[in-house]
Design a protein around this ligand. Structure first.
Ligand code: HSE
Length: 427
């Protein structure tokens, strides 16, 4: 029986889940994979936490050096999060000849070029299924199963916290602030929710996924990012009336004109498969030139789903004699020949607070027309504050810069209206 020893760096939610899965399923992996995986070390400052989990005292390492010099450790699992000291520890492990499995999206997004270089130099494996969408097996699907396709687009709900918040705002009509507080109480949202609600977490994941999908480095800095903090229940309700559901979408497109990568609140048709992804669930919708549409759905976070991704990588590493790396030159910056589209095309939702008097709609329409923006849907409601009424439009696809200019023109015409919300629409 092949024996494989692992070390776990960090026994937080994910590290503890991984420890439990590996120890509970040890015999199962011997029976089904022909490999005996044992936890040889853990690195955890809180010794009591490790002992409470059942880790024998002798397996609690004092520092990373002890793990790197332990000949019984073949694979180091990094589940600490953050860039440092995780990066130093991962590089130490790779340079000591240990393969690495990580769930650390920020580290992998920002430094995969350095980690991969060290892995190649030392002929080690570097696995990162758990960096993106927790238990949903999207990385290996892109790396292996869909590799024969040119991937045309990848679109996903890849942050559970924001999906939970938007779902509650949609179903209960509650405000962002109220739902965020509830989400924090329930442990879905962090005390400092910035990484999730401002779209950083989704952008780290999109950088990793789109690099793999499009076979070229897509650095974090190339991703347009907008969070959900400005979203109001009114916008969600108007979107509903027009047949749309609001989601924080990560969108990557690879077209003949170039690559688009963006994370922002987006209306999608309520009949789209992604519209039914609710609460803290995640999903990734990939379109390949031969396979057409594939959707992967599941839990994007949590101890057990993320442990599932990590242990999958551990078993893969333990049972495969050679290692695969990125299918593109993994450099810090984008390849100079890669073309990115910043002035991308989209349909748009605009909500205006308009003066309730003759000629306003005609003036707004003429501004749209001046910028060659064609309107697809509209709601005009009585029910403003007496002097103003809400006017809601959905445009046909147009360029980002045209919308920006139209918004500027509307806002500069004081007797017409003010633009309250601008939200992109996937039609
Ligand atoms: N905070 C993330 C989410 C999970 O809400 O989806 C880890 O990436």
């Amino acid at each position: 029986m092949k024996k494989v020893g692992v070390a776990i760096l960090g026994l937080g939610v994910v590290g503890s889940g991984t420890y439990n899965m590996l120890t509970e399923h040890r015999q199962f992996y011997m029976d089904t994979q022909g490999v005996d995986v044992t936890v040889e070390n853990v690195l955890e400052l809180n010794r009591q936490k490790a002992l409470a989990l059942g880790v024998p005292e002798s397996k609690i390492a004092a520092n990373i050096a002890e793990i790197c010099s332990n000949p019984d450790v073949d694979i180091v699992i990094e589940v600490m999060g953050g860039v440092e000291p995780a990066k130093t520890f991962v590089l130490s492990a790779l340079n000591a000849g240990k393969s690495v499995v990580t769930s650390n999206k920020e580290l992998f997004c920002k430094h995969s070029h350095e980690l991969e270089k060290a892995a190649k130099k030392n002929s080690c494996g570097l696995f990162y299924e758990a960096t993106c969408v927790g238990g949903v097996p999207v990385i290996r699907t892109l790396l292996d199963n869909l590799q024969g396709n040119r991937i045309l687009s990848i679109m996903g709900i890849i942050n559970g916290t924001t999906n939970y918040i938007l779902t509650k705002m949609t179903d209960d009509g509650a405000s962002y602030e109220k739902v965020l507080k509830e989400a924090q109480k329930l442990g879905y949202a962090e005390a400092d929710p910035t990484a999730d609600v401002e779209g950083f977490d989704a952008a780290y994941k999109l950088s990793i996924l789109s690099s793999l999908a499009f076979h070229t480095k897509i650095p974090f800095s190339r991703i347009y990012r907008e969070g959900i903090t400005h979203i109001t229940p009114d916008d969600i309700q108007y979107g509903k009336q027009l047949g749309y559901v609001l989601k924080l979408l990560a969108i990557g497109k690879n077209t003949e004109d170039g690559i688009e990568v963006r994370v922002h609140p987006t209306y999608i048709r309520s009949s789209h498969p992604l519209a039914s992804v609710k609460d803290s669930y995640n999903a990734v919708y990939v379109t390949g030139d031969y396979v057409e549409d594939v959707m992967l759905y599941g839990r994007g976070a949590g101890a057990r789903p993320t442990a599932s991704a990590i242990v999958g990588d551990v078993l893969y590493c333990a049972t495969h004699p050679t290692f695969a790396y990125s299918t593109f030159p993994n450099t810090e910056e984008a390849d100079p020949s890669a073309k990115f589209i910043d002035n991308f095309k989209s349909a748009y939702y605009l909500r205006l607070n308009a003066h309730d008097k003759a000629g306003v709609l005609a003036k707004v329409s003429s501004i749209f027309s001046r910028h060659n923006i064609s309107l697809a849907q509209m709601i005009q409601e009585d029910g403003g504050d007496g002097t103003c009424v809400p006017l809601v439009f959905i445009t046909h696809r147009t360029k980002e810069k045209s919308i920006a200019k139209a918004v500027e023109d509307i806002n500069s015409t004081a007797d017409i209206a003010e633009v309250v919300s601008v939200i992109r629409v996937v039609s």
